[in-house]
Design a protein around this ligand. Structure first.
Ligand SMILES: O=C(O)CCC(=O)C(=O)O
Ligand SMILES: [Mn+2]
Length: 115
């Protein structure tokens, strides 16, 4: 699925070898950061959101660039790569809500080519 999503966004040949799983409880947030632990920044990041919706912040290449806000709901997939690969991003504090599959939580999977 991650490979198909990457290909749909123009990144053919993406073969992830890692999946980072974040679980957000109500109030949990993720501050603006760049994903820099991977070796090859030519490979995109594929993010899958599950459960309670959240507001994703997608900034620029500098921390001080004002981020846009994108609402991510259950099943949404975001791919960023190419010139956007090192854009700062984060997640606003999770609102109190309930999802039938995850309860009060949001789960995010990011598929990556780490090695
Ligand atoms: O939870 C999200 O939507 C983003 C997660 C993220 O940026 C990360 O794990 O590096
Ligand atoms: Mn990240």
């Amino acid at each position: 699925m991650a490979q198909d999503a990457a290909a749909s966004a123009g990144f053919n040949g993406f073969v992830p070898d890692a999946c980072l799983i974040n679980r957000y409880a109500p109030g949990a947030r993720l501050s603006l950061h760049q994903d820099k632990d991977e070796r090859d920044f030519r490979q995109p990041i594929v993010s899958v959101s599950l459960g309670v919706p959240a507001i994703f912040l997608f900034g620029g290449l500098r921390r001080e660039d004002k981020p846009i806000r994108i609402q991510l709901a259950h099943g949404d997939v975001v791919v960023w790569g190419g010139p956007a690969r090192l854009r700062y991003h984060g997640v606003m504090p999770l609102k109190q809500a309930t999802h039938r599959l995850t309860g009060e939580h949001r789960i995010n999977l990011t598929f990556r080519k780490a090695g």
